[in-house]
Design a protein around this ligand. Structure first.
Ligand code: MSP
Length: 651
């Protein structure tokens, strides 16, 4: 039978910074959905990738002294490693530097230009380089970029524009007629009321100030600017514009674009308009999920609160991390990451509920039935609740996944796990085991537990694939089959169980928190040290150019310090007496933090000898002595001319 296609995408990631636990959410969520769809019989195309062009990447590469492609190659390899670590099983990884993507974007741009949707004009605006965004005055927050809070610069350039306004009414109507198109509902209203209804501005779609981008074929100065390049990936990955449109025919329109709420505007306005202009159907659903926040705020390197997914996986295993992400980011809203909540959740849900259910069940089958799952022969009414809950779960979980409500899907599965644990307390197998006549009833209870665990294992496999495999090994389950969940009889009596290690060993919360805190402090120290190092490399901008005549106005002379003392109530200043070829001069200098008076006596230094005398703190200062210092004055050294006769000129 021909399988129904299902196409799900994640955003393509910028290869500019190291990905944190928040970034990994979209892709882990998409992976769980894609796996669930495969499990339920769909032919899935799960696309992810990297968004590699732009001025920021070009600048970073230039700073590193390498080519942009070398820079992105390295980072993209790291992104792929991260997805491997997170057990993300994508079908295709697109890079916007892939030749087929570049060629297709060029064709798209040309087509839109030829049909009059793109036109040439010029742009003057306030530009934020890190965000690669132009802003209007009114969009700025405290005069700075509303997204990242950094300064913006006025920028003017020739550019191509996309006539967004031409399609606005059609898009408004489309959104109104398709209530599922933008999800969750609240985000749909935000897009309609804040952006579409007030009127759309045309979008700047090319740049000339950098060249790390897809070149515009008919105007070589220009490269395609960010969103046409990035958004097209969803169709170029299917071969759009390549001449072979087999995958387009099968998978387009996408079933869902899963994205973070910050890029909703681009996906629900620019992208549908681009597709309308290309005469292509619109994706069925665009889902903007909430953000994973730390201590109530965004993760940022400078705040030192970036949570590293690799550290978490190394400490707790990948499925613990997947579980937390998928269960704790509420449907459509922001979620919080907190080490303590995370560890407690592992202990309660994964260790106590799931882990113990498996270990108790397997242990009892070993103890009472020599490790062989018995046949269910003596049914009692008390079994019905568990069996019915199990039989209802697959449809309920499927519905929740179709609604993209992953926390709900996990809640349903864990309700079944909780019910099975309760069933052990209700049926008290250890008491049944004492009575030989109740052996068959005991066998039924254990069968029901094994079968409930099989349901849990199949249902949980898209979310926690590794854990599902471990359950299968211990319970002798050989096939993960969704259809087999139609009956509560999929476990073959006689199957041998294999006791294994506990799924999620109990974690000592306080000890682990201390360890994580120590690790964080260490990482912070390393980040600070790196920042310091980078800061040191940064130089204050040079002053305006001067001529040799300008310089020759300054008379620099070698002098010797003959006396020195502090100045009362001016703890930064020292009063020096210097000898200038027999003439004694008094100089006040702000070097008390770095030199003691006794260290200076006898030292040769350089004096700006023709500086107009001034009074500092009531003391006459006849010149200034030269010192080299860091910008913040934390390190300062007097310029040492060597022991030349005093009065010698420094040129
Ligand atoms: N390159 C663009 C997307 C282009 S798609 C045609 C981009 N890349 S990104 O690397 O900055 O972001 C990738 C994803 O991570 C986005 O969905 C973004 O919303 C998501 N997240 C970034 N920080 C996040 C959290 N703290 N929490 C959850 N998701 C967050 O945007």
């Amino acid at each position: 039978m021909c399988k129904k296609p299902y196409y799900i995408t994640t955003p393509i990631y910028y290869p500019s910074t190291k990905l944190h636990i928040g970034n990994t959410y979209t892709t882990v969520a998409a992976d769980a959905i894609a796996r669930f769809k495969r499990l339920t019989g769909y032919e899935v195309m799960f696309l992810t990738g990297s968004d590699e062009h732009g001025q920021k990447i070009q600048r970073i590469a230039e700073e590193k002294g390498i080519k942009p492609i070398e820079h992105v190659d390295e980072i993209v390899a790291g992104i792929k490693d991260l997805w491997k670590l997170m057990n993300v099983n994508y079908d295709k990884f697109i890079r916007t530097t892939d030749y087929y993507h570049v060629e297709a974007v060029q064709k798209i741009f040309k087509k839109l230009y030829d049909q009059g949707d793109i036109y040439k004009s010029s742009y003057e605006g306030l530009y934020c380089t890190p965000c690669e965004s132009f802003w209007t005055e009114s969009q700025l927050v405290d005069g700075k970029c509303p997204d990242c809070g950094r300064p913006v610069e006025t920028s003017y350039e020739e550019a191509y524009f996309f006539k967004m306004s031409k399609y606005a009414d059609r898009l408004i109507k489309y959104i109104e007629d398709h209530p599922d198109f933008i999800q969750p509902e609240s985000r749909k209203n935000e897009m309609l009321n804040n952006f579409l209804r007030p009127g759309l501005q045309d979008l700047c779609v090319s740049r000339t100030s950098f060249d790390w981008g897809v070149p515009v074929t008919f105007d070589e100065k220009h490269v395609v600017y960010v969103w046409i390049d990035a958004l097209s990936n969803y169709i170029t990955a299917l071969g759009y514009g390549s001449g072979n449109e087999e995958l387009m025919d099968k998978f387009w329109p996408a079933d869902v674009h899963l994205i973070g709420k910050d890029i909703l505007r681009f996906h629900t306005i620019y992208w549908p308009i681009m597709l309308m202009a290309l005469d292509l159907p619109l994706p069925k659903k665009i889902f903007g999920h909430g953000w994973l926040l730390v201590d109530g705020g965004k993760m940022s390197k400078s705040k030192g609160n970036v949570v590293d997914p690799v550290t978490l996986v190394e400490n707790f295993g990948v499925d613990a991390v997947r579980y937390y992400l998928l269960r704790e980011i509420p449907f459509g809203a922001d979620g919080l990451f907190n080490n303590e909540v995370f560890i407690k959740k592992i202990n309660s849900d994964l260790c106590n509920d799931l882990g113990n259910l498996l270990s108790r069940t397997v242990a009892m089958v070993e103890k009472y039935f020599d490790g062989v799952i018995p046949a269910p022969t003596v049914k009692e009414d008390i079994d019905d609740e568990l069996i019915n809950l199990a039989l209802e779960a697959p449809k309920k979980v499927e519905k929740a996944v179709d609604e993209l409500n992953l926390p709900k899907a996990l809640e349903i599965i864990f309700e079944l796990i909780g019910r099975a644990n309760k069933y052990i307390d209700e049926t008290t197998p250890w008491i049944l085991a004492k009575d030989e006549e109740k052996k068959e009833r005991l066998g039924t209870v254990l069968y029901n537990l094994a079968e409930a665990l099989r349901f849990a294992s199949v249902l949980i496999s898209p979310f926690l694939p590794g854990t599902s495999e471990k359950i299968n090994e211990q319970l002798g389950i050989t096939a993960i089959d969704f259809e087999s969940l139609e009956g509560f009889d999929g476990t073959a009596p006689g199957t041998k169980v294999n006791k294994g290690e506990s799924l999620f060993p109990r974690i000592d919360v306080d000890k682990k928190l201390e360890e994580l805190e120590a690790l964080r402090a260490e990482q912070m120290k390393a980040i600070k040290a790196k920042e310091e190092e980078e800061k040191e490399k940064e130089m204050k901008p040079l002053k305006e150019e001067i001529t040799i005549d300008d310089f020759s106005k300054i008379d620099l002379r070698v002098v010797k310090v003959i006396d020195c003392e502090p100045i009362k109530k001016a703890n930064k200043l020292l009063k020096l007496k210097v000898d200038l070829n027999g003439e004694e001069r008094q100089v006040v200098s702000g070097i008390a933090k770095h030199y003691k008076p006794e260290d200076l006596i006898g030292k040769y230094v350089v004096l700006v000898a023709n500086l107009k005398p001034v009074k500092l703190r009531g003391e006459l200062s006849q010149g200034m002595i030269l010192a080299a210092s860091t910008d913040d004055d934390s390190i300062l050294t007097l310029v040492d001319p060597g022991k030349l006769p005093t009065g010698s000129e420094v040129r």
